[in-house]
Design a binder for this molecule. Structure first.
Ligand code: ADP
Ligand code: MG
Length: 497
């Protein structure tokens, strides 16, 4: 479609939307609760609507904020944190390396055996769910729990993994929260996100905290690299495909990282001269812009959250929040339009009761009577007798909320491509192939979300889309961390010499 046609269709859709809202509002005046529910639905659709032109504005804003965040600390909502990684894995790494993964739904310990060109020849891991009280307790308790899990994992290792004399086990530590990196293997916690909140850890060196806890359990290991899941995903992607230039996580939270030239980082204070490349952890979850389509539900979710005013992009895109946004819409419908009958289902008042995987299951329901939606309503909200009309409305809410998130995530990716000069294609220049490594349960399991993201990318990139690929890059927070421990191993020179 040409520009004019796109613009015309955008105007057209806007007009249709506005008309629908108007009709719904008129109906509401004269008739009963159903019209009111319909009006709430159309208002939601209208306010969440991210047109192509709006997405372009978001992409431009993202690119601008990236520049500002690289120029100086605090120059942007985007922290643009420097990782100090200078060796991304090449695909020929060798040896046994470990990973610790903290910052998602579960905590994991992993051992990865790399066989040079053969790739990953063996991996083993233990997964432990973090008791909720440790997510909001003290730093000491949390790190003791982590070190104990690691010690237990190592204790059951067989003879096969005994290292040569004098050589310590090396660990990549994936800590997926905003960290101001001091060097490759040290960094201070800026703030917690995703439901963690341990006050005494803020401002502390996370690797020091881990090392002290390891000492307490008598574990002697080297922490070679401190990274986050996004940087790990980039490393994991690059290990398989040298065209990987950026990584995006769409899981409980959301974030992005990409490869940047050191000379393009005015605030660089690293040890090396201003040449070469490093990885920038954008912390794009904290992006915000006046172009983001926000609603009253987002505003109340934010103001009632643990971190009001922060992580606004994350709060409209990521798995932790999509279900909660849907719950808030339903709650308003129950209250103002008696959507579920005369009383509000008590469970609907419970924040976060509606999880994103449930939203996904309802959204993908293709049965004629939407029985998955019906059974979720019964199981979770204890609404036993929902009508088909109600179920359809709920699917539509899921669609509106998930599509907005997916389209905005696509706009964010285009922002990165713009920053790197990979979009649009310059006249007469052959476009380089760019691969974006994607990971996270939301992207992996929520098919409609993923399809919507991919089609929004095509919509925004036009012809350039042929050379830009998004690729699922599984388990960057585990394998990626071990790969970075390998590519930065302190024993590397010894081996090579
Ligand atoms: P984390 O981000 O916690 O490290 P994952 O990458 O596995 O872990 O992502 C888990 C998140 O992905 C969940 O919190 C949930 O929001 C989302 N998710 C998992 N499964 C699904 C699903 N089937 N549909 C939609 N979202 C899902
Ligand atoms: Mg994860």
């Amino acid at each position: 479609m040409g520009k004019v046609a796109v613009a015309a269709s955008v105007v057209c859709t806007a007009a249709v939307c506005a008309a629908a809202v108007l009709v719904a509002r008129q109906q509401m005046k004269g008739s009963g609760k159903w019209a009111k529910a319909e009006a709430i639905l159309r208002e939601l659709e209208d306010e969440c609507w991210a047109s192509t032109s709006k997405l372009r504005q978001v992409a431009d804003a993202m690119a601008e904020e990236m520049h500002a965040g690289l120029a100086s600390d605090g120059g942007s909502k985007l922290k643009m944190l420097i990782s100090y990684i200078d060796k991304l894995p090449k695909g020929d790494e060798n040896g046994v390396f470990y990973a610790l993964d903290l910052g998602g739904t579960n905590f994991r310990v992993m051992r990865v055996q790399l066989g040079g060109k053969e790739g990953v020849i063996n991996k083993e891991s233990d997964q432990v769910s973090i008791p909720p009280h440790l997510m909001v307790g003290s730093s000491h308790e949390l790190f003791d729990f982590i070190a104990a899990a690691l010690a237990k994992f190592i204790a059951k290792e067989g003879e096969d993994f005994n290292l040569p004399h004098g050589r310590k086990r090396e660990l990549g530590f994936t800590f997926s929260f905003p960290v101001r990196q001091l060097s490759l293997a040290s960094g201070t916690l800026i703030k917690w996100t995703k439901g963690f909140f341990i006050e005494d850890a803020v401002g502390q060196d996370i690797v020091e905290e881990l090392k002290k806890a390891m000492e307490r359990v008598g574990l002697d290991m080297s922490v070679t690299a401190l990274i986050n899941d996004t940087v790990g995903t980039l490393a994991r992607g690059k290990y398989n495909n040298p065209n990987v230039i950026a990584a995006v996580i769409l899981g409980t939270g959301t974030n992005a990282a990409y490869v940047e030239k050191i000379h393009a980082i005015p605030k660089w204070q690293g040890p090396t001269p201003k040449s070469g490349e490093t990885v920038i952890n954008m912390e794009w979850g904290s992006f915000r812009s006046s172009h983001l389509p926000l609603t009253e539900y987002d505003q109340s979710l934010d103001s009632e959250s643990l971190n009001p005013g922060e992580q606004i992009f994350e709060k409209i895109i990521s798995g932790m929040y999509l279900g909660e946004i849907v719950r808030r819409v339903l709650y308003r419908m129950a209250k103002e339009a008696s959507f579920f009958g005369d009383t509000i289902p008590p469970n609907l008042k419970i924040p976060f009761i509606l999880r994103t995987p449930v939203v996904s299951a309802m959204h993908h329901d293709i049965s004629p009577d939407l029985k998955v939606v019906g059974s979720k309503l019964n199981d979770i909200l204890e609404v036993p007798d929902s009508s088909l009309e109600m179920r359809k409305t709920i699917v539509e809410i899921c669609d509106i909320v998930a599509s907005r998130g997916a389209r905005l995530a696509a706009a964010g990716i285009v922002g990165i491509l713009k920053k790197l000069g990979r979009d649009p294609v310059k006249e007469g220049e052959k476009q380089q192939r760019s691969v974006i490594a994607l990971d996270g349960g939301l992207f992996e399991h929520y098919t409609k979300f993923r399809n919507c993201l991919e089609s929004a990318l095509k919509e925004l990139l036009g012809e350039a889309a042929d050379n830009i690929v998004v690729e699922l890059s599984n388990d960057g927070s585990g394998i990626g961390a071990a790969l970075l421990a390998a590519s930065h191993s302190q024993y590397l020179q010894v081996q090579e010499s």
